[in-house]
Design a protein around this ligand. Structure first.
Ligand code: ZN
Ligand code: ZN
Length: 241
């Protein structure tokens, strides 16, 4: 009995050495999961009321709502679902994945991304392929990976859907957060091309990125995918900026 318990303790210590359970947000010790209570309370889901098209949260009593950014605008994607608001601990985790190369965060962030598939706009959809928003090769070389690809692969693996890194970024674009819509579209024109039309023809695609900000990048990627013959494109991101 005692020996058994000792063996258990040794095994536990060994497990803790190799798989220490610590909160991904603040580093405090955990029994299970990947975020402590305080950090998980910082996660703010994007829920109604929010823009039906781009998931922009909205304070008000309306149930169905289209925001100013989307009003009168025809997007190429069917919908863009973002799971959590980009703030606090989540913004920090995405930042650490992207700029510190903490690739292990793909798993917890993949958990969140997968939650997005329960959104009513995506629920029950079966996708022929998961397509990541590409990074320009220069930026990819500098970062050594594409966070959208890491997240997309994780989701594809979980669902058993094919992963198709079929888009490429052919123009190095500057950060466009502060541009108005017209300048964003100009900035993105011809930024993406498709590697292989045959990979998307007639297919229902799920486009994946880490953060949705204005929807312009997802829109331009969707346009290119549809032009190459895709049947439909829906977009999913971990966070809404
Ligand atoms: Zn914590
Ligand atoms: Zn919107």
């Amino acid at each position: 009995m005692l020996l058994g318990r000792k063996v258990c303790a040794v095994l536990e210590t060994a497990r803790d050495l190799f798989f220490p359970l610590h909160c991904a947000g603040c580093g405090s010790a955990l029994k299970s999961g990947w975020l402590c209570l305080a950090c998980s309370e910082e996660l703010k889901p994007v829920q109604r009321p929010r823009c039906d098209t781009c998931s922009q949260p909205f304070s008000g009593a309306m149930d169905h709502f289209v925001c100013v950014n989307c009003r009168g605008r025809a997007f190429h994607f069917e919908c863009a679902v973002a799971v959590m608001q980009s703030r606090g601990v989540l913004r920090d985790l995405i930042h650490r994945l992207k700029y510190n190369g903490e690739l292990w965060l793909a798993e917890p962030l993949g958990d969140l991304l997968e939650q997005g598939l329960d959104d009513e706009r995506l629920e029950g959809e079966v996708f022929d392929a998961v397509v990541p928003v590409p990074l320009h090769p220069l930026r990819r070389r500098e970062r050594e990976f594409n966070q959208a690809e890491i997240l997309g692969r994780e989701l594809a693996r979980r669902r058993g859907w094919p992963f198709s890194d079929v888009l490429q970024r052919t123009r190095y674009t500057v950060t466009q957060t502060h541009f108005d819509r017209r300048r964003r579209m100009q900035n993105l024109r011809d930024a993406f091309t498709i590697r292989q039309n045959v990979a998307v023809q007639g297919k229902h695609l799920l486009l994946v990125d880490d953060v949705l900000t204005t929807g312009s990048t997802l829109d331009e990627c969707s346009r290119v995918l549809l032009e190459a013959g895709a049947q439909s494109v829906r977009a999913l991101t971990v966070a809404r900026g």
